[in-house]
Ligand binder design. Sequence first.
Ligand code: N01
Length: 484
Amino acid sequence: MEAGSDPSFAIIGAGMSGILAAVKLKQAGLDFRVFEKAEKLGGTWRENTYPGIACDVPSHLYCYSFELNPDWSHANSPGAEIQEYFEGVAKRYDVESSMRFGDPIVRCEWMGTGWEVETASGQGGRFDWVIAATGVLHHPKLPDIEGLDSFEGAIFHSARWDSSVPLDGRRIGLIGTGSSGVQITGALAPRAGKFSLFQRTAQWVVPVEEIAYSDEQRAEFRRNPEQLKELHEELDTSFHEGFGNAVLDGKSEFFDTIEKTCTDYLENHIADPELRGKLWPDYRAACKRLVISHDFFDAIQLPNTELVTENIERIDPAGVRTADGRLHELDVLVLATGFHVDRFMRPMTIRGHDGILLDDVWRERPAAYMSIGVPNFPNFFMLNGPNSPVGNFSLIRTAEMQFDYMMQLVEKVRSGEFSNIMPTQEAATRFEDERTEAAKKTVWASGCSSWYLDDRGIPAAWPFAFSRFRSEMSKPNFEDFRVA
Ligand code: N01
């Protein structure tokens, strides 16, 4: 493309980040096409339909800053409502007609002046820029347990819920105690005949009240958009700066509060000392992503519920066999065992400058300059890509800031300063070295295993204060880029 002309964009993925990019590009009057592998938009909220699914980040924070929603039913709204919100935004901003569904991109190749994009069905085309908005948690991880295929009941991953399987009154087993497993337990244990939760590692749980907004409160939010905006801003500060900084400083007051909240909750809400002991983690709070729940501790104390902490030896046709030789007979087995978090856009083939393969660049592990770009991949930017901030806060804010950053680069193209831009290797290496050193000092590296850690056991996320992320995203350092 020519410097000074308007670039065109391929957006990979129609989840929260892809919809954001589509809306913003449309508002900027730029040409784009969204490619979505599934038949519907929504990403995480389309894929995760398990009982109990809700966003544990407050709804008035977990929404676009330009599309605040006065009508959230709860302070932490259910997943289906969040899916509806994204569908509504796509309709309101009329971006759905620019989305191609059910046809995954298999190849993106830099052709020297732009990207050639190809889908599984041979569609695609030429675009000047690619925005990868594929998300992180979209490749379900099945546990490596002997006999998994031999189970004769219904078995599925938490992100592939089989809604045709009856649940009420049945013997249900669940492996995994991350945020998904805990939400499912809260919703399903009261419905099951017998509920067995297989816990490998205990989790710190932060209690949250289940708050439903009244009709009057919603009407007030509608009448008073300023109030809604203030609430969003207030939550943005308290969650991102407060929580974001606490994980960096295990000696901070905020961190003490988190730790005390978790220990008090466990101490005061689990009556049986033996059960309390089993639920008591042996690592610091917030080392793993904090589990937020209003009903997990009630559910785990129901008479029909059992917390199984014996190691799983294998899966038998009739249920789960634990190391003590006991067979836990089940009708349904749910695998809330997390995701492969190092895939991002992969398995698609992405070839940059000089034919270099992203798979080769990321052979050891994925990395991105400032969480958004990769050297040798011109005009290719990611939203919620590797090394982005993660935690108990809104990834929507992260995507918004990353998008605004990228648009500052795009504006330079439009004004004719250059047509291609990518981070230099030197800048990417410097950033990654500094990031790695800082990551080792976070609470995520204080002695637990979690999906936050890379193959070396070093946190893969943004390890600096959230305020630094805001500041970096507000103004690109053009010295860190190579332009042509
Ligand atoms: O997955 P996880 P998740 N045998 O990886 C266990 C987001 N999210 O789907 O801790 C036995 O956290 C594993 O055990 P251990 C959020 O970012 C957000 O729950 O490794 N157990 C662990 O308990 C979250 O962090 C919301 O010892 C096995 C569990 O499976 C992310 O998604 C809601 C095992 C996996 O936990 C992922 O959460 C839900 C095995 N072989 C999720 N293999 C919101 O509300 C794994 N486990 C915003």
